[in-house]
Design a protein around this ligand. Structure first.
Ligand SMILES: [Mg+2]
Length: 425
């Protein structure tokens, strides 16, 4: 299943990959403050150049809250006195969250960061600092034929930039990671790197949010209306096409045909990009927090049927969805709209009297349903949770409510079973 597994032979470690202070001299002529192992073999295989490259690229963005970076044991973050820090962490594992033989390296870097940014967006938090730890097979970290790669890192590359075949995988991963980070003025504030038989990216993000204004999952109340940003199911459509392309490519290779692989049509590229390069709704989350209109929010990483159920569980409520109101992404099926993961849109609730605009920061907003008491669903159906009283005090916070979502269609009302994203397992 995973193409690039090699035995772990050694570990390299650099606990800090701190951004340089503005105006400071790039570290081309200086050694890193610390390499962890101190092994002279690091230089032999080019990891020092790799470290310098990452630190140089990390210097492109700064945030005022990042007080201390380079050369010490920890980063120091200082949010404004009126703000709180929001922290989120996401693991991206080869074979589980991405496929090395399917996903372009730029996409893997982008997606690893997009997951955390989407979580910050769901809290209404402004991105402050990123921490990236990578465990990678050796052939993804270095390529003896591409020693010149470390000289090309002064100019940021977009995720679709043409690169040579010899560009190392990590270089392209960082292209995707930093392109998204820089679009949010998000500095890389630290990280770690180790050789590993399995490719893993661990991203920790910190964000700042005004005290008491963070958007929580737990504030939805019966009578609130449910909204989503953007369209739903697009990432699932993209993954479906990516899967088909990968299967076709595998068949071609097994036949050992010399004919070139046909180029991907532009329309298909657009569909694929909903999966390969999703857009976290950071600006929309900030808008919601700033305007104090939302009672609860969550990002759609696992699909509406799962993520809305999470919100209902935390709020102690149930929900009714209007099937006809759901914003379908291009070519999406009802199942993809309801259960497709990784759209990274925001789902939020607001009182019926709140004036929610038809778009927020350029992204459409659609009302898709309403919050109801947990003790009843649509059309008089009773909640499937035995013993439920519908009172929040009767259920421990976060405990699941069986089938909390009712989908209303022209054919009637049906209970919606959470069938969210199961990754590549
Ligand atoms: Mg989330």
């Amino acid at each position: 299943m995973i193409a690039d597994i090699s035995p772990a032979r050694r570990a390299i470690s650099y606990p800090q990959i701190m951004p340089l202070p503005p105006g400071s001299r790039p570290p081309e002529q200086s050694k890193p403050a610390r390499t962890g192992s101190g092994s002279p073999r690091l230089g032999t295989f080019g990891e020092l150049a790799l470290l310098r490259m990452i630190r140089l690229r990390a210097a492109h963005s700064q945030s005022p809250e990042l007080q201390l970076g380079i050369g010490d044991d920890c980063a120091i973050l200082r949010p404004a006195p009126s703000e709180e820090l929001a922290v989120t962490t996401d693991l991206s594992i080869a074979g589980r969250h991405f496929r090395l033989d399917w996903h372009p390296a730029e996409s893997i870097g982008h997606r690893a960061l997009a997951r955390g940014l989407s979580d910050l967006a769901a809290m209404g938090a402004r991105p402050v600092g990123a921490f990236l730890s990578l465990a990678l097979p050796a052939d993804l970290v270095q390529n003896p034929k591409a020693r010149s790669a470390s000289t090309r890192h002064n100019s940021p590359q977009g995720p679709h930039a043409e690169r040579t075949k010899q560009t190392i995988w990590l270089d392209r991963f960082l292209d995707g990671f930093f392109a998204l980070a820089q679009s949010h003025q998000l500095p890389l504030a630290g990280g770690d790197l180790s050789e590993s038989p399995l490719a893993v990216a661990d991203v920790v993000l910190t964000g700042a949010v005004s005290q008491g204004r963070a958007l929580l999952r737990s504030g939805a109340k019966p009578g609130d209306l449910i909204y989503v940003t953007g369209q739903l199911g697009g990432a699932a459509v993209g993954l479906e096409h990516l899967t088909a392309l990968a299967a076709a490519l595998k068949r071609e290779r097994s036949r050992q045909k010399a004919s070139p692989i046909p180029p991907i049509p532009p329309r298909l590229k657009a569909l694929l990009n909903r999966h390969l390069f999703p857009t976290p709704r950071v600006a929309q989350g900030l808008w919601l927090a700033r305007n104090s209109l939302a009672t609860a929010a969550i990002d759609l990483s696992d699909g509406v049927s799962t993520d809305l159920a999470h919100l209902c569980a935390e709020s102690g409520v149930a929900a009714e969805l209007d099937g006809a109101a759901l914003p379908f992404a291009t070519a999406a099926t009802p199942a993809q709209v309801l259960n497709g993961g990784e759209d990274y849109e925001l789902l939020f609730t607001a009182p019926a009297a709140a004036r929610i605009p038809s778009s927020i920061e350029g992204v459409p907003v659609t009302q898709i349903g309403r919050i109801v008491a947990a003790s009843k669903g649509a059309a008089g159906e009773k909640d499937a949770t035995k013993g439920s009283t519908g009172k929040r005090s009767a259920r421990p916070p976060g405990s699941p409510i069986a089938s909390p979502i009712t989908l209303i269609t022209s054919k009637g009302a049906v209970r919606l079973t959470p069938q969210g994203w199961q990754h590549f397992s």
